[in-house]
Design a binder for this molecule. Structure first.
Ligand SMILES: [Zn+2]
Length: 213
């Protein structure tokens, strides 16, 4: 082995050492790059989760606000319907009437429900704020108790074509009257159990006259 051989061996082993070091450094670099990529991904996931959470919270807050507004616009006063039997001077008939009030203008549809059947009652399509009288059923001579079990009042905000102040509810429920047969934007169900008061002696006579079984 001459000097040049020794130099060659040294050079070769040096190169090998350098290249092993290179592999080691490379491996460390890859490992640390992987680690920081993993951390970056994790922190990206965390901030995406946070962004989603705050978007969800904003959506939830908006939902609550719109639902509160929906409840504020509900015609609650209509629940306090009062009933009376009155003669109609125009046609001489006697009818059961319901009276209710609203504090703003609505589109409205009223229905009387009797057991399995229902009938549409006559009210203005655009109901003006204030008191409304609605004829619920005929009241022939001798009737003591109403046939109607409950009245359903369906309400919607006014439509663009209605001549009134326009307002709307943006809660997402349907705001168009359509043909009126679909669900109302708000619905009020008022139980009806109207009875004519019969004076004492007459009531006793009726009970006595009832055939015995
Ligand atoms: Zn609404």
């Amino acid at each position: 082995m001459d000097t040049s051989d020794v130099i060659a061996i040294w050079a070769a082993s040096g190169a090998a050492a350098i290249s092993i070091a290179g592999v080691v450094v490379g491996a460390i670099t890859i490992a640390s790059a992987r680690k920081s990529a993993r951390e970056a991904l994790q922190s990206a996931r965390v901030s995406a989760d946070e962004a989603k959470r705050s978007a969800d919270q904003a959506e939830e807050a908006k939902r609550i606000m719109l639902d509160q507004r929906h409840d504020e616009l509900r015609p609650k006063e209509a629940m306090d319907m009062t009933f009376s039997v009155r003669g109609n001077p125009r046609d001489g008939t006697t009818n059961l009437w319901g009276q209710f009030t609203t504090t703003r203008d609505y589109r409205v549809r009223a229905e009387a429900h009797t057991g399995n059947s229902r009938s549409q009652l006559s009210v203005d399509l655009l109901l003006r704020a204030g008191a409304c009288d609605v004829m619920i059923e005929m009241w022939p001579e001798g009737r003591e108790r109403s046939n109607t079990k409950f009245v359903v009042l369906k309400f919607w905000p006014p439509e663009d074509v209605d001549e009134t102040e326009h307002w709307n509810c943006r809660c997402g429920r349907g705001v168009h009257y359509g043909d009126g047969t679909g669900p109302g934007h708000w619905e009020v169900r008022v139980p009806v159990d109207y009875q004519e008061l019969i004076d004492g002696p007459e009531l006793i006579r009726q009970i006595r006259n009832r055939p015995r079984r």
